[in-house]
Write a protein that binds this ligand. Structure first.
Ligand code: NAD
Length: 264
């Protein structure tokens, strides 16, 4: 893939640490020759993101909390000042109160429903609005989703509802931005142990279940998600938009427990 993304400049939002899916995507894009800009959320993560950015020769374009539109504006203003335009954008952002990522969906509170939707679904639209202005030669926008949008997964609850909204947003954004040559896609990643995932109840059980029952009999890594992301973010995927693509060892095609799956 060396050189596949040479000359392309992309903003990657959602690196928290070296286990983040966004970090796997950043590494793969850099390996393919892209130039990168990263954001961080708050000072605690700044300390983690800065050395990671340095590793990839990426610039850090500031703090962004998607619940505060002025911080989104500031980040895109910085990208414009540095680069003048943008070729690709990665949205790897989600949040919900962990007290509601366990138990029953029906008990979701209105406040957490609104916050989860805002951070995990609406924020893609909020950043697409800003990106549209900078993607003057077309572009590629990629977000991260999960199978819990399509089927009920234990404990995923309101996040599943937000991911369903996110996947629908991908399609609406693809139609709105397509005439400008801007593509919008999602990768539906299999479960990976990250900071965000640690908030989900019984996550270890979900990981084991996937390992035993996915067609490939294993889970996926952030590097594998990164490699798939390169297809969407580079010109390899130039005719693909509005797509939700599973990078999950094939788990999404399975209808029942595998015959050889051990008990867990
Ligand atoms: P992570 O904790 O490494 O990344 C989540 C990121 O969201 C963090 O960088 C955090 O700073 C950011 N974020 C949260 N609230 C924010 C806000 N208000 N403003 C700006 N940024 C905010 O975890 P991850 O698993 O790499 O998550 C990345 C994406 O991948 C998420 O959308 C997640 O739902 C999705 N995903 C994860 C898995 C998994 O199993 N880990 C599977 C499928 C999809």
């Amino acid at each position: 893939v060396s050189g596949l993304m040479a000359g392309k400049r992309g903003l990657i939002m959602g690196v928290a640490n070296n286990r983040s899916i966004a970090w796997g995507i950043a590494k793969a894009c850099r390996e393919a020759g892209a130039e990168l800009a990263l954001t961080y959320q708050g000072d605690a993560l700044k300390k983690r993101v800065e050395p990671l950015a340095e590793e990839l020769g990426a610039i850090v374009v500031g703090h962004c909390d998607v619940t505060d539109g002025s911080t989104i504006d500031a980040v895109f203003a910085e990208v414009e000042a540095r680069w003048g335009k943008l070729d690709f954008l990665v949205h790897a952002i989600a949040f919900s109160d962990k007290d509601e990522l366990t138990g029953r969906y029906v008990d979701t509170t209105p406040d957490n429903f609104a916050r989860t939707m805002n951070i995990s679904a609406y924020s893609l639209t909020a950043i697409a609005q800003r990106a549209e202005k900078l993607m003057t030669d077309g572009g590629s926008i990629l977000t991260l989703t999960y199978y819990g949008a399509e089927k009920v997964m234990p404990h995923y609850n309101v996040m599943g509802v937000a991911k369903a909204a996110l996947e629908a947003s991908v399609k609406y954004l693809a139609v709105d931005l397509g005439p400008k040559g801007i593509r919008v896609n999602a990768i539906s990643a299999g479960p990976i142990k990250t900071l965000a995932a640690s908030g989900i109840g019984d996550f270890r059980y979900i990981l084991k279940w996937n390992e035993y029952n996915a067609p490939l009999r294993r889970t996926v890594t952030i590097e594998e998600v990164g490699d798939s992301a390169v297809y969407f973010l580079s010109d390899l995927g130039r005719a693909v938009t509005g797509e939700v693509h599973h990078v999950d060892s094939g788990y999404h095609v399975v209808g029942m427990k595998a015959v050889d799956a051990p008990d867990i």
